[in-house]
Design a protein around this ligand. Structure first.
Ligand SMILES: Cc1cc2nc3c(=O)[nH]c(=O)nc-3n(C[C@H](O)[C@H](O)[C@H](O)COP(=O)(O)OP(=O)(O)OC[C@H]3O[C@@H](n4cnc5c(N)ncnc54)[C@H](O)[C@@H]3O)c2cc1C
Length: 351
């Protein structure tokens, strides 16, 4: 239990979103309490942890990629350094064209800070097919190790583990909120897919997406490179790699499916020449929003209640950036960009 009963911020949810927020808020001197029920539906521990600035079928540069990638390449290594641990892995990343059309459509004359002019090198166990592009600033985060290091950094007196904060137990006061014997100026819900159960935010257009991925094992050593061609593969050990991922908006049950395994394997075999074994099959739910942008900001009626959610399939890259936006807003009154501000959905609120 926290020693102080007065807080600047209660943060509900200790996935990537809540952990990044807690770290950034403490950096600004805020007195915080992180409350997390380490539930089944914890997408941050299922995630493969990939960060890649060039995504989607059309090979587009992701939203605010320059700022987002600058922030993440500063944020995670800083925590590694402070905690004396390792979870952030920058790796070469090759995006292979899925077909001849994609290769023909690719305009290599357009300058892009994330594409290297240097030719990529692929180990011989990959089939390069129609060729591809050499992407810079990619890599992966060992999310479980990051969350552990994050908890250490936040400090155990500031974290309530295995505890559910029921929104109905909150008492709203004039400029604060009370939960049990703790009074806080603000509360921020970072519940990931758990937002669906939160009566304060049920009106938001979340459109959750189930994802499945495979952990595979080879009989030979793997080279440190991420390769994507409709699906991605990258090594997380000498002879183990992650292969993912699926996107399903219809079936949101937390169970592994043969359909997903076949989907991943069929695509993988198009560019991987060797045999392998499947070691694990993971499944989780991503907190995705209908317009595919995060949601940050204050509840339309209760200004002491806020949300940071909707990191979708890009929690690793967006987490530190969005957390900084919210902390700058709370501490310095800086504006939250319209594209991610909860205000864009206020017309849906009927309270
Ligand atoms: C299969 C799969 C692969 C993925 N791969 C990648 C990838 O390669 N790269 C990437 O960037 N992203 C990836 N993602 C997406 C990534 O997992 C999410 O963007 C990110 O984890 C979301 O983090 P979050 O903190 O918002 O939610 P979560 O990780 O779900 O955390 C929410 C936490 O809040 C807790 N909680 C909820 N309600 C309450 C409450 N009332 N009281 C207390 N605690 C509460 C939950 O128990 C949970 O611990 C993947 C997701 C899946 C499913």
């Amino acid at each position: 239990m926290a020693t102080s009963q007065t807080k600047d911020l209660i943060i509900v949810g200790g996935g990537i979103a809540g952990t990044c927020l807690a770290i950034e808020a403490q950096k600004k001197g805020m007195n915080i309490l992180l409350v997390d029920s380490f539930g089944q539906n914890h997408s941050s521990t299922v995630a493969s942890g990939l960060f890649n600035p060039i995504t989607g079928r059309k090979f587009v540069t992701t939203w605010k990629a320059v700022e987002v990638f600058e922030t993440l390449h500063d944020f995670y290594p800083r925590i590694e350094k402070e905690q004396g641990t390792r979870f952030f892995h920058s790796l070469p990343l090759v995006r292979l064209f899925p077909n001849v059309k994609a290769s023909n459509d690719w305009d290599s004359s357009k300058p892009n800070p994330f594409i290297s002019d240097d030719p990529y090198e692929l180990p011989s166990y990959f089939d390069e097919g129609y060729g591809g592009i050499n992407v810079e600033k990619g890599g992966y985060l060992n999310t479980i190790s990051f969350l552990e290091a994050g908890r250490q950094m936040i400090g155990k007196n500031n974290v309530l583990e295995d505890e559910v904060l029921e929104p109905k137990d909150l008492v709203l006061e004039k400029n604060s909120v009370r939960w049990k014997d703790i009074t806080s100026r603000k509360i921020v819900f970072c519940e990931g897919p758990g937002v669906r159960q939160n009566p304060f935010f049920q009106w938001l257009p979340f459109s959750l997406t189930k994802g499945e991925l495979l952990e595979i094992e080879t009989e030979f050593d793997l080279e440190p490179v991420i390769v994507t061609k409709r699906v991605f593969m990258f090594p997380i050990g000498k002879r183990t790699a992650l292969l993912g991922a699926t996107y399903d908006r219809e079936d949101l049950e937390l169970r592994r499916t043969l359909k997903a395994r076949d989907y991943l394997e069929d695509r993988f075999k198009l560019f991987f020449r060797e045999s392998y074994n499947i070691k694990h099959h993971r499944v989780g739910i991503r907190p995705t929003v209908s317009d595919r942008r995060p949601i940050v900001g204050r509840h339309p009626k209760h200004e002491q209640i806020l949300i940071l959610n909707g990191l979708g399939s890009k929690g690793v890259s967006l987490g530190p950036f969005i957390a900084q936006i919210l902390v700058d807003h709370l501490s310095e009154g800086k504006l939250i960009p319209e594209e991610v501000n909860i205000t864009r959905f206020f017309t849906f609120f009927e309270g």
